[in-house]
Design a protein around this ligand. Sequence first.
Ligand code: GLC
Length: 432
Amino acid sequence: MNIPKPDPTPGNTEWFVHDRFGLFIHWGLYSLAARHEWVKKYEKMDNETYEKYFKHFDPDLYDPEMWARVASDAGMKYFVVTTKHHEGFCLWDSKLTDYKATNTPAGRDLLRPMVEAFRKQNMKVGFYYSLLDWHHPHYTVDRCHPMSENEEYIKADKDRDIEKYIEYMYGQVRELLTEYGKIDIMWFDFSVPPSDRFPGKGKEVWQSEKLIKMVRELQPGILINDRLQIDQDIKTPEQFVPRGWVKVNGKPVIWEACHTFSGSWGYHRDEESWKSVETLVKMLIDTVSKGGNLLLNVGPTARGEFDERALDRLKGIGEWMKRHSRSIYGCTRAPEEFKCPNDCRYTYNPKTNRLYLHIFSWPFKHIYLDGMADKVEYAQLLNDASEIKMLYKDSFSMHGGDSLIDDSTLILQLPVKKPNVTVPVIELFLKS
Ligand code: GLC
């Protein structure tokens, strides 16, 4: 059967392509501004102006056990948290900086209890680490920097030594990978393209090869993403739905789409473009039907909570996952020879040899699967394991018949009423 097979990568991707669904967490000082994690750049704030968020960061309602429970109930199997975002603020008690949660009113390492709580839910642990750093004194100006229009700040670049920043970054990554037990994913973000005025920052500046080597030495088996300008284990398309299995140089690769609920990664109070549960469930299905993973982001508030809109969406996804995760975990794109009917998505579990038909738009009474007449042993609705009758050309005795049916067509007979689930799924047990 024809299913794309990406080449093996250095890390252990087996669990990753099985689990399919993870939680992204963007949490930092920008959560107080509550208007995008790039607020420092968008509003051209200098360090002094931004300091108010550091002074007032007091997540008194922070309950990592609850975060982990909510994520696990939604069907997520791993999480990736911003240990440090572009603003440079660290959620953990780094020995290399004072710019960390410990020195805010929070007064403690916020990362450790999170890691522990998610592990307790049997979830894998991923660290996002921003290569950009808009706070470090030796980080030079580039097009993305909040001070990219501040001549005085730019002039001072001559006294900045990016090597010192790189050394700091290596030290921090080392801390993260040695002090928090087994880490499953290292999610670096990102390489900056050059502009007319400023050089970019990419694999030369980050010394990506050396960095990757260090990460692999410290955490054998770890997965590394693609944003160091050297592709490693995971390709990471962001905020769009790829048309098909993601390829690099024409070859299928292991990939993970990352998405927000509403456009911003950090908590955004006023954003109104929240995706519905239905859209999100369909995005998850669509991703797996193309052989990918979905990393779905929550931006917790500065008080330390997932806001009600996020909770509502996660709960809705969890309701669906409770009965349908069998069509997600361990599944991938269906063999090419199975032609998917309109308004549907197939996923396929190669181990169990079951094919999952996700019906995005509920049709009246019949679905026609051409070429499948001799392939399916049994069919049922996944939500309640109720049998779906299978009809064939000979047994399809509707008045007037249907000239478009041939001997290869399998006809599934559906209830007229759509089952009361977000996206109904028919589980097809294939003949061996
Ligand atoms: C982008 C943004 C960043 C976000 C990330 C998530 O690179 O800079 O804010 O964390 O995407 O993929």
